[in-house]
Design a protein. Structure first.
Length: 162
């Protein structure tokens, strides 16, 4: 069963790790190509020095590259988060946001690289931005993509027949 972007957005906003951290998925395009998430400052997500917890900043960005790519590639592919990095650039106060955009070119690049059944590892970058436009954090996620083994033969047979 495929979930619609509308239902997914509402569901993830009620998911306890996001709900209680103050993380909200504000935008999710109908084609799964764009997402924008916000983290509002609340007393329960503020650290000792009055800024956003680093873990909350990372959590707000964590699933989105993988989810957008997974939904665009479809069921014939395995898509996983493989690695992640975050660097804290400036104190995060107030509402911060992050955007994710997966272009058709990226999707085709991944499909082509995985066509022979090889694993594909690709890094994606996102900036967490403060209300004043300041970069609060830089996040990198490495995504693993591979064509499912049961689909490799089917893809090769279709290619051979063409």
């Amino acid at each position: 069963m495929r979930v619609t972007p509308f239902k997914f957005r509402h569901g993830i906003n009620l998911w306890p790790p996001f709900l209680f951290a103050g993380i909200k998925l504000k935008e999710l395009s109908n084609d799964w190509r764009h997402a924008r998430v916000e983290l509002r400052m609340r007393p329960w997500n503020r650290n000792y020095v009055g800024t956003h917890f680093g873990g909350s900043l990372f959590a707000m960005t964590d699933p989105f590259w993988m989810l957008l790519i997974l939904h665009q590639l479809g069921r014939d592919y395995i898509v996983w988060d493989r690695a992640g990095e975050i660097s804290f650039e400036n104190p995060g106060r107030g509402t911060v946001s992050a955007s994710f955009d997966v272009t058709p070119e990226i999707v085709e690049e991944l499909r082509a690289a995985a066509a022979g059944g090889e694993k594909v590892l690709r890094w994606f970058e996102t900036d967490v931005i403060g209300e004043d436009g300041t970069v609060v954090a830089k996040v990198r996620k490495q995504i693993y993509v591979r064509l499912k083994k049961d689909r490799q033969g089917a893809k090769n047979t279709a290619t051979d027949a063409a």
